[in-house]
Design a protein around this ligand. Structure first.
Ligand SMILES: Cc1cc2nc3c(=O)[nH]c(=O)nc-3n(C[C@H](O)[C@H](O)[C@H](O)COP(=O)(O)OP(=O)(O)OC[C@H]3O[C@@H](n4cnc5c(N)ncnc54)[C@H](O)[C@@H]3O)c2cc1C
Length: 535
């Protein structure tokens, strides 16, 4: 029998781990912060012996509620901080706690980088990025992290440590029959990105166990280390900002731009521009546009980068209402300032208008992008919930920040109605509810609607093959019997009670995106009077 591991059960620590970046607040039963593989293995073995359920967690920046839960939250953001590069092979092993920024900083000196570039790279951990199959603006060219993972090290539900390497197959643990492969090919969405459910489509193609584990959101195994494949940083870059007066023009422009092999095609919708203008973001005066695209091209030479910008501008001359080009890195930086200022501008909204990510990750086939943006705007209008729409247009993938006035009666009903309408819209457009954030608790119960009952049964089969007793992250990907997407909100009268000072610190972390803050720091009491619980 494994001795009982060190678990933190005081209210302040549990409260510090009750929230992630999404909409949820759920106070866990306990918290564990293992330092290294041996400690984690002992914890998992003890959990297997006692039937204790575990919630893997990195920085907690995940949006879908996968890193919060009622069971024992296991914080891997601290104890797995090591790197082992092999620059000659252009690879780097990173412990689960190592962030994208750590990897990128180490690689830059050797002219290398990890291509997918999540905007949360300053704090997203290697374990969290693999678990969610994270992506970023550059994914239009380089795909999600899946393509860049050579191998991972895991601890499975029996507490065994294993290394899983690309190209080494899957053993007998889980297999798909030819009929099941056909089913998967028919039922998976035809979108450029997808992080909803186990990636049976990639598994069917590669036969690699790695493809089941990437994007499994902590439901099959703990990831303790990742071997990243790196690429040389392209020498030159140029870009252009393009404004469009109609969503139809936007929809036609995007496939044209994608065919030019850009490194990013990012959308700032009118709804977002309207939010950032009052915050002093510099936009062309008096310009009535429905959407702005920021497009970037990386090339081997400056002439090639400038040349392709010229091709883009000429090709879209008839439909653009605004054009600003950037022919070097400094000019490009200025062009992208508007994108970077968007998040701080949203964070500065009045405290009564909360940004709640409930439909934030929909992805549709490219030719339906305008229909999706238009449909979301209409649903938001119907239900009285302002939204800000932005994101990765080149992948047909946009983020929607719902911005309800939480002092207005009925706001949570409106939010629920927006969620339901967005689901119907995505189903009608052949989309997926998650392009890069994962389904977590927020979308677990939707998978059967998007994939059908037979694929949902295959998902349950994958879970059984790895974690028969559902000890790892119950309720994530495989929905719990009482699944309710907008239960356990961190906002409103139903929010779980936690100490005031911790609630305030968590809010500050959300506003400033300070997810790298070690959560144990929050648990330390600043003064004895601040221990009163708050609703
Ligand atoms: C401001 C902001 C911007 C963002 N931008 C992007 C973006 O551009 N692209 C993008 O893809 N995402 C983005 N995200 C979402 C988030 O940063 C990513 O999902 C990230 O990969 C999560 O990493 P994390 O370490 O915070 O994981 P967590 O949030 O702690 O966990 C996320 C999921 O992974 C599981 N998990 C975490 N670590 C492990 C592990 N070691 N082993 C097994 N399972 C584990 C958890 O159980 C959970 O299900 C953004 C978030 C914020 C707040």
């Amino acid at each position: 029998m494994e001795p009982k591991p060190h678990l933190l059960t005081d209210l302040r620590t549990r409260a510090a781990y009750s929230e992630g970046a999404g909409i949820h607040r759920i106070v866990p039963a306990a918290v564990a912060v293992p330092r290294g593989v041996d400690a984690l293995q002992r914890l998992v073995r003890w959990a297997a012996e006692t039937g204790t359920r575990l919630v893997p967690r990195g920085a907690g920046s995940g949006m879908a509620g996968g890193s919060v839960g009622r069971d024992v939250v296991v914080d891997l953001s601290q104890g797995f901080r090591w790197t082992a590069p092999d620059w000659s092979r252009r690879t780097l092993w990173a412990g689960a706690s190592v962030t994208w920024a750590d990897v990128t900083d180490a690689a830059r000196a050797f002219g290398l980088r990890l291509p997918p570039d999540p905007s949360s790279g300053a704090f997203a951990t290697s374990g969290g990025m693999v678990a969610t199959n994270a992506a970023g603006p550059r994914s239009v060219r380089c795909g999600s992290v899946r393509r860049w993972v050579e191998a991972i090290e895991i601890i499975d539900a029996a507490g065994e440590a294993r290394r899983i390497v690309r190209g080494e197959g899957s053993g007998e643990r889980f297999v798909l029959s030819p009929d099941q492969r056909r089913l998967v090919a028919a039922r998976f969405p035809k979108t450029r990105k997808n992080s909803a459910g186990y990636a049976l489509n990639h598994f069917a193609d590669s036969g690699d166990e790695l493809d089941l584990l990437i994007g499994s959101e902590g439901t099959l195994a703990f990831v303790t280390a990742v071997e990243w494949r790196l690429e040389p940083i392209p020498p030159d870059v140029a870009g252009v900002a393009l404004g469009f007066r109609t969503l139809e023009q936007l929809t036609e422009a995007v496939p044209f731009l994608v065919a030019l092999n850009p490194s990013a095609v990012e959308l700032l919708d009118r709804t977002l521009l309207d939010c950032v203008r009052p915050a002093g973001v510099d936009l062309p005066e008096g310009l009535e546009i429905e959407s702005l695209l920021l497009v970037e091209f990386e090339r081997e030479t400056q002439a090639a980068a400038r040349g392709v910008v010229g091709d883009a501008v000429r090709g879209l001359a008839a439909s653009t209402a605004h054009v600003a080009t950037a022919v070097d890195r400094a000019a490009l930086e200025r062009l992208w300032a508007v994108r970077r200022l968007a998040s701080p501008a949203l964070a500065r909204l009045p405290e009564t208008q909360r940004s709640l990510q409930v439909v934030e990750d929909g992805c549709v086939p490219l030719e339906r992008l305008g229909a999706y943006v238009g449909g979301i705007r209409a649903a938001a209008e119907r239900h009285g919930i302002p939204v800000a729409v932005f994101g990765h247009a080149g992948d047909g993938h946009v983020h929607v920040n719902a911005l309800p006035d939480v002092t207005r009666p009925g706001w949570s009903d409106g939010l629920g109605a927006l969620y339901r309408d967005a689901v119907e819209l995505l189903l009608a457009l052949g989309g997926t509810p998650s392009g890069e954030h994962g389904v977590g608790r927020l979308r677990a119960g939707l998978l059967e609607r998007f994939y059908g009952p037979e694929v949902a049964a295959l998902f349950r089969g994958v879970k059984r093959a790895y974690d028969e007793r559902s000890l790892f992250n119950p309720g994530v990907i495989i929905p719990s019997a009482d699944w309710a997407p907008l239960a356990d909100l961190k906002v409103g009268p139903g929010a779980a009670s936690i100490p005031d000072d911790i609630a305030a610190r968590l809010r500050e972390i959300e506003r400033t995106a300070a997810w790298a803050t070690p959560k144990l720091e929050l648990a330390r009491s600043p003064d004895p009077d601040s221990r009163a619980p708050s609703p």
